[in-house]
Design a protein around this ligand. Structure first.
Ligand SMILES: [Cu+2]
Length: 488
């Protein structure tokens, strides 16, 4: 029987109750950057519901900052230039290098927080991207609901009472009892007032219900891409766009979906695809599929053992809004071809506590202390590359314009973050936030790595077990180290 090409549609089942953009279930932004001469470590916690309040924490690495002000702005478009008055951040009483503040984010989408610093070396600023979505709807607390219902009932009864008194008693002098005609007018007034008040309450309830369901529809849903295997080694990915784009003025109108024809490259590629074998997480690849048409990507797979794999596809929209498209697939053994370009990975990674073996006797050493990690705390994850004699590696090269790339992944696969030395934000969004072209970040980057150490700012969003995959480039080859981590 002749079969030119066999298409196997793969089963996928990837349902998550939680969701977040730009990574999976890891919405907070950790950023290591410079406002002019001032070195800052920034943590942004977007609100769970938009409109809502974002929490901002700015830590000055040096001792030279006097004042920090915060300003939320859209990344692109007219809103990017319409600056409201910045809010001063509060300096911590116990830690003078720590500044905190909160900002109202009124609309979902691609934001940045402008951090204005004044200090001993003058004034400077840093723009940090902040993607904001509603990830859930807060139901009203039962106690508050009962209280408000009771108060509402009292208001309605009071209104009816006032109307009855007005039509029945207004013409009477004090102590006089209403005549039968007035009492009848009172009863008619009562009936009419009851109908009007009841109609107002029912209409109000329906209006509120429509608003609430419109809000629930605006909750961010994690996009599930659809994978298919063609010809035994070509992975085709059809992206999913389950979310609406900008909020429409009238929510009952049919809203637009987030577009997929507006993707911009992030550190050189339209998609960064991470493939991790489950549940052992010993096989890991960082690949860069080609876009065949808007919303469709294709990737030639390397040699892969049969098994279940989790896929995480990072993309960035023209607004700087990042998303991670996810899928779970069962793949047969794939003969595959050699990796090329920036594609890299390994099919047999033993996870290390602190020392990961690289090729040629080199090692990647995690510079961690014995302290356990606490969830939602910013940390610097530092890794030193050393040669077989334990001396710092002298031949590190940039990999896609950066000293290193890291993936933080919970062992159940439900928390994923793709992090760089500058932090957990999309590098394309950083360039846009600074008013430059999306790939300016790469071009401006220092193309020699002078240090044998690479560091990543990040915080675990929840307690649990994690794997950290760290990729560096040395002697023309990308190497991956895998580490186990636990957050409390
Ligand atoms: Cu990367």
């Amino acid at each position: 029987m002749y079969r030119s090409m066999r298409t196997v549609f793969l089963a996928l089942g990837f349902l998550l109750s939680l969701s977040a953009t730009a990574h999976v279930n890891s919405p907070d932004v950790y950023y290591d950057g410079y406002a002019g001469p001032y070195h800052l470590l920034v943590t942004l916690r977007p609100p769970a519901v938009v409109p809502g309040v974002a929490q901002v924490q700015v830590r000055s690495v040096g001792n030279d900052v006097d004042e920090v002000k915060l300003l939320p702005l859209r990344i692109i478009g007219p809103g990017a230039k319409m600056a409201p008055v910045p809010d001063p951040a509060k300096r911590s009483a116990d830690d003078p290098q720590l500044y905190t503040g909160s900002l109202w984010i009124m609309v979902r989408g691609s934001w940045k927080v402008q951090i204005q610093v004044t200090g001993q070396k003058g004034a400077a600023q840093l723009d940090v991207p902040l993607p904001a979505v509603s990830s859930n709807s807060q139901p009203m607390q039962a106690g508050l609901g009962i209280l408000l219902a009771f108060l509402g009932l009292a208001l309605a009864a009071g209104l009816i009472g006032i109307i009855v008194a007005a039509v029945r008693d207004a013409g009477l002098s004090a102590g006089e009892t209403p005549a039968p005609a007035q009492a009848r007018r009172g009863r008619i007034g009562f009936a009419i007032a009851l109908v009007i008040v009841a109609a107002a309450v029912i209409a109000g309830n329906q209006w509120w219900g429509r608003e609430a369901s419109a809000n629930a529809r605006l909750n961010y849903k994690l996009p599930n891409m659809k994978p298919a295997l063609l010809g035994g080694h070509l992975l085709r990915l059809r992206l999913d766009n389950p979310n609406e784009s900008e909020p429409t003025r009238f929510r009952s109108e049919q809203p637009d979906r987030i577009r997929l024809d507006d993707l911009i490259p992030d550190h050189g590629h339209l998609m960064h695809l991470f493939i991790v074998r489950m549940p052992d997480m010993k096989a890991f690849w960082h690949l860069h599929p080609d876009q065949t048409q808007p919303g469709d990507f294709a990737q030639n797979l390397p040699m892969m053992p049969e098994g279940q794999y989790r896929l995480y596809g990072d993309i960035v929209h023209h607004t700087g809004f990042p998303e991670t498209e996810v899928a779970t697939v069962n793949l047969p053994a794939i003969t595959g071809g050699p990796l090329n370009g920036d594609d890299a990975g390994s099919l047999d990674l033993a996870p290390a506590d602190t020392i990961a073996q690289l090729s040629g006797g080199y090692r990647m050493v995690w510079q961690r202390d014995a302290q356990p990690f606490k969830a939602n705390q910013p940390y610097w994850f530092r890794f030193r590359i050393e040669d077989k004699d334990g001396k710092p590696a002298a031949d590190l090269e940039p990999y896609m314009g950066m000293p290193g790339h890291a993936v933080f992944l919970s062992t159940d696969g439900n928390i994923f973050a793709h992090v760089h030395p500058a932090g957990s934000v999309s590098m394309a969004a950083v360039s846009l936030a600074e008013g430059r072209s999306p790939n300016a970040e790469m071009e401006s980057m220092d193309h020699k790595s002078s240090s044998a150490e690479v560091s990543f700012p990040y915080g675990f969003p929840q307690s649990g077990e994690y794997r950290i995959f760290v990729q560096i480039k040395r002697a023309g080859k990308v190497e991956t180290g895998a580490f186990v981590a636990k957050a409390e």
